[in-house]
Write a protein that binds this ligand. Structure first.
Ligand code: HEC
Length: 216
């Protein structure tokens, strides 16, 4: 028997052949660890995913199924040709509310006021005239004699600047300028804001001659 080279001598001595060693190595390499008992992340994740899908699916159905009512839900319905217009709210419509809450007690529903006590806004040359004047009237009030559409009146209107916000004053005046056959341009909240700032130091109500000096 020939002596084996030194580095093989141990293997030779154990009686292992090349083939059996190969077999042992392959076995070791392919050996997988035992499955852990009781817990594995993958099925839990899948379960969670399915719950989420069912959850959002239910929300979707609740919103869009129309309870499967054939009258409400018709999958064959053609989109209607008529356009659906969003409701339009104009400044004058908003102003009507302010007017009905604040101005109506004196100037009345029909804008006619009360003869000798409250001047009319309908057909009024003041109401349809310079916005510089009427904004000041609502902000700080008006005292003393004035002529409205040719008729003299001497009374007093209380200031409303602390009660009403800029847009409420603007909208109310826009309403007054465009109701009862009146026809004058809209009053913008920015204009009220500007005049409020310019007249911030004003504590007394205005008088008609003062306002008439303002021009247009
Ligand atoms: C408490 C009663 C009263 C209320 C409320 C009132 N006014 Fe007046 N208003 C008067 C009186 C009175 C005058 C005239 C004052 C004078 O004779 O100096 C007047 C004058 C006016 C004028 C100028 C004159 C005219 O007839 O065109 C306008 C414009 C006006 N008011 C608008 C309004 C608006 C808008 C409101 C609501 C935001 C309002 N008023 C709320 C009593 C009132």
């Amino acid at each position: 028997m020939n002596a084996a080279p030194d580095h093989l001598s141990g293997v030779e001595q154990s009686g292992a052949t090349d083939d059996s060693l190969q077999h042992v190595h392959e076995h070791l390499l392919h050996h997988k660890p035992e499955k852990p008992h009781g817990y594995s992340a993958t099925p839990l994740l899948l379960l969670g995913l399915m719950c989420t899908v069912v959850f959002f699916g239910s929300i979707y159905l609740a919103h869009y199924s129309a309870r499967f009512d054939p009258l409400a839900y018709n999958e064959n319905a053609k989109p209607s040709s008529g356009k659906i217009e969003p409701p339009v709210v104009t400044p004058a419509m908003l102003g009507r509310r302010v007017y009905n809450n604040t101005c109506i007690t004196c100037h009345q529903t029909n804008g006619q006021g009360l003869a000798g006590v409250y001047p009319p806004l309908a057909g009024s040359d003041w109401a349809q005239g310079s916005e510089e004047r009427i904004i000041r009237i609502v902000l700080h009030g008006l005292n003393g004699p004035l002529t409205v559409s040719g008729k003299e009146i001497s009374s007093a209107m209380a200031p409303l600047g602390t009660v009403l916000k800029d847009d409420q004053i603007a909208n109310a005046l826009t309403y007054v300028r465009q109701e009862w056959g009146n026809n004058a341009p809209e009053v913008k909240p920015e204009t009220v804001a500007r005049i409020r700032a310019e007249t911030a130091s004003r504590t007394q109500p205005w008088t008609a001659p003062e306002l008439l000096k303002l021009g247009n």
